[in-house]
Every structure is written in C-alpha cells, then in structure tokens.
Design a protein around this ligand. Structure first.
Ligand SMILES: *Cc1c(COP(=O)(O)O)cnc(C)c1O
Length: 381
C-alpha cells in the first residue's frame, strides 16, 4: 500500500474545526447592529473555548479594538497576541496584583471601593493614573458596585482623582427578554448611573442586549456568544453563522436485532432491526453525557450525509452510537458525522442536553484535532 501522509485529523477520532471567517462575519454583523456604538468582544474563557489567540487575532483584523477577559491571566495571554488592544478584566482587580495589570496594560473593571482605592494608590506609586472601568451593578446582583457604593465613590474625591476612568459599565441579567421588568429597570437605572459620571463612555449590552435597540447600545457593546455562533435572539431564527464544527469519526457499524440494546445501562432497545454506527467522540471530547437517549420520539441527533440521525443509548467517555438505518446507503468506517455545526446548531444541542450554548462551547474537550480555517478576506470594519 502507498504511504499516505498522516494528519492530526487522521489520529484524533473527533475533529473540531473553527471557522475564523465566520467569527469575523459575526462580529461585523454585530458591529452593524450596534449602530454608532463601538463593538468590542468578550473573549473570556479562552474565547468561549474556541482559542483566544486565533480568535483574538481574527477579531482584531476584522476591526475589533476592545476586548473583555475574565481573569488577569487570560489578559496576559491575549496581550501576547494583540499589543495594541484595549483589554478589560471583568473579574476586577485581584488583590495585590496591580503591577501585573500595569505590566500587561490590562484595565481592571473595578467592582468595589476597595479595588478603586487600590488601583488609585498603585497609580500614585507608579507615577501615572492608569485607565480602568467602573462596573456598577444595576440589578443582576453579581459583580459590581451597588448603586449606593457607587455614589459614595463618586464623592470620594481623593480616590476619584487617582483614577482614569475610561469606561462605565453594567451587565444585564435577562437580556434575552426585551420586556422582562428587570431588563427595563436596568435600562433606566444605568441611564441614571451614567448621568452621574458625564463624559465617560458607557457600556451595557452583551450579545442579546445589542438586539434590544438603541436604548441599550450606549458607547460600546460587549458581545460574546453571538460572535461564536450562539443565537442572541432565542425567539427568532439565529442571525449568526456557526463557528464551531465538531465531527466524530465512525469507528464501526453493526446491525442490531429487535429486542437488543445498545451501550452502557442498556438504556436504548431496538424495536426493529437497526443499523448503527459508533462514533469516536464522547464526553471526554465535550459531548455532554446528557445527550444520551433512551427510547424517545425526540432523540438528540447528529448530521450525516445530509440526514439527521438519532443518538441512541448512552454517550460514553470515548464514543457514542447513532442510528443510521434511515440513510439511503451504507456508511463506513472513517466517515464523519456532525455533532455540532451548521446543521446541528449549538443552541439546539444545548437544549437537548439541558444546558446553554455557552456551557457546551466552553466544555469542548482538548483531545480532538483542532483545525482553524483561514480568515475571511472581506473588508475590515
Ligand atoms: C460574558 C459577558 C459578556 C458577553 O455576554 P454574551 O451573553 O456572551 O454576549 C458581556 N459582559 C459581561 C460583563 C460578561 O460577563
């Protein structure tokens, strides 16, 4: 037999292809929706699991200039790729780490008076007022200054004089629901909050927030999941393109007779002769075990040769079984099935697994071959 060159794809069993052109298209779509507001990008959690370095570069090339990470360590990683980007750290200022932020030119999104004082004091020692964001909590009750603490900070002249506030931000709790009372309350509260700090750019909207209209856009929007293909408007068709394509390779096919079961726990039983294929992708690869299915009319599915095939039985660590009986012709070893991608959207698969697209993406494992496509050659924003 001829020797054929082996690629990582041939050895990994499951393949994750990341479409950087789709990342760029999605960002441009969001940028257009944001109107006059600047469009940034949330790239925390290793760009939602898809790789902060290639994704960060793709976004920069598309025209994105402001980035949001969660941790200072993530900021350092992104800084290595993007020397000129504005990088905010959403988890705030970690105790005693101001120097690390300064060295990497990271802007903490300050969440408390304690952090504000520490950043201002560091700036004095450093000899320069360093930029930062102030994150005000307008109702999610997660991170940020409570309103009263924020107004007290504004009155704390010594601290405020030590800060170079480049952004005032808050975060929506129910951005997918335009008419949720909390969404409306946060919209109004944020307007008042920003009124108290005139001249400072403001930011409220995440992906879904961008689609809530101009009252929410302010000066800078911070989309995350929509850049990665998640639907920011759950009640409507997804305007974004799929970014991640997760494929499992067929390891074996077999015929199961009526009455026989498939997989651990024998949770699925054939009601007729069934042709099955076993894919080399399992929960170690980030396929949620919750995609396991017993005998149900609405099983989770994968996409193979233009057809949707039900997932049957339990997802195991390294493999999963699918029903290929309905396919017009036989499938064979080495063929691949789409587990996530343009046909099996991340929101749909997350729904089957009882989770959300965010968790599905950020839990994708590290064992498969990761392939990054070329950048989109379209015009920069
Ligand atoms: C994660 C995050 C975002 C992005 O949210 P998406 O829903 O993914 O668009 C924006 N702002 C803050 C503060 C976040 O934590």
């Amino acid at each position: 037999m001829d020797q054929v060159a082996t690629t990582p794809k041939d050895l990994a069993g499951a393949v994750l292809s990341i479409d950087l052109g789709a990342v760029q298209k999605n960002w441009r779509t969001l940028n257009a929706h944001a109107g006059a507001a600047e469009c940034g990008a949330a790239v925390k959690g290793n760009a939602y699991g898809l790789g902060v370095e290639p994704v960060g570069r793709a976004l920069w090339e598309a025209g994105c200039r402001s980035f949001f990470v969660a941790r200072p360590k993530e900021g350092e990683e992104l800084r290595g790729q993007l020397p000129e980007a504005v990088i905010y750290v959403l988890d705030g200022l970690f105790p005693g780490q101001a120097e690390f932020y300064a060295q990497n030119n990271l802007l903490p999104a300050l969440i408390s008076t304690e952090e504000a004082r520490e950043w201002a004091a560091f700036g004095r020692v450093y000899g320069r007022k360093l930029p930062c964001a102030i994150h005000v909590d307008t109702g999610i009750n997660r991170l940020g200054f409570p309103i009263r603490e924020y107004t007290a900070l504004l009155a704390e002249t010594a601290t405020m004089e030590g800060l170079n506030v480049s952004l005032l931000m808050s975060h929506l709790a129910c951005a997918e629901e335009a008419s949720h009372p909390l969404t409306l309350k946060q919209r109004d509260t944020f307007r008042e909050v920003r009124g108290l700090l005139p001249g400072v750019p403001a930011s409220l909207a995440n992906s879904s927030g961008i689609f809530l209209g101009k009252d929410y856009a302010h000066d800078l929007v911070r989309p995350g999941i929509a850049i990665y293909g998640g639907n920011p408007t759950p009640a409507l068709p997804n305007p974004m393109q799929a970014v991640a394509l997760l494929e499992g390779t067929i390891l074996q096919t077999r015929t199961v007779r009526a009455g026989e079961t498939v997989g651990y726990g024998a949770t699925w039983q054939a009601t007729r002769e069934t042709r099955i294929a076993v894919l080399g992708a399992g929960y170690k690869d980030g396929v949620p075990r919750a995609l396991s299915s017993g005998n149900t009319d609405t099983p989770p599915q994968v996409f193979l040769e233009g057809h949707r095939c039900p997932i049957i039985g339990r997802i195991s660590m390294d493999m999963m079984a699918i029903d290929v009986t309905a396919l017009p012709h036989a499938v064979s070893r080495g063929e691949t099935a789409e587990i996530l991608g343009p046909h099996i959207l991340i929101d749909e698969a997350a729904g089957w697994a009882g989770t959300i697209s965010y968790e599905l993406l950020t839990r994708l494992g590290s064992r498969y071959a990761r392939l990054y496509s070329e950048l989109d050659s379209g015009p920069a924003a």
